[in-house]
Design a protein around this ligand. Sequence first.
Ligand code: C2R
Length: 220
Amino acid sequence: MKDAVYCNRYVSLGFPPVGTHGIERLRCIFWLRSLFLCAGKINMNKINAEVVVTMSKKVAVIMGSDSDFPVVSAAVKKLKAFGIPCEVHVMSAHRTPHEAAAFSQHAAENGFGVIIAAAGKAAHLAGVLAAHTTLPVIGLPIKSSTLDGLDALLATVQMPSGIPVATVAIDGAANAAILAAQILAVGDEALAKKLEEMKTEMAEGVRKKDAALQAEVNAL
Ligand code: C2R
């Protein structure tokens, strides 16, 4: 037992994600007691191998129309940059109400952790998807109307109590993806680290801009 505890401390192998863009991420952690340090010291029967396999959750990116995609693509790009698996679909609470409801109802059991819902005009999509699931839904109002997206913003954000939609800015696709990543990162250390790195890089960028500005101000 003492041998096993001692060796367990030294033999812990974590395998990195596999698959393109992390489409299927497999994290295997092997605890192989006595494999290296205690090889030969204890009976092979004592070797206790535990394999933990966790598939990372997917993000569903649903948009009301393919005309939203030029904006929504920025969210998809960002999710891919984080290595987050995602599915992207056109579905509408107005035009395909049954498909939208069914997708949302089965989203959790189909491996999704967050839904991003992008829609313009009378944007009921996010609210309807949120009504059919307990997964967090991020609303992305799209500027696709004569009202410059204000209609979509209000329709998305003004949800009645009980059915929240976490709404980002009009056309705020990147923030929708970052928020989705932050939600998933609560249970994913590797993803949390990527978000930390992103913030560090962002801060560094601001410091550089400030230094450049100081130089310009001094030259005035
Ligand atoms: P079209 O370009 O297809 O006419 O769509 C879409 O998101 C799009 O911005 C115009 C706009 O209608 C929006 N739409 C919704 C919903 N379905 C489509 N707001 C919905 O279910 O909420």
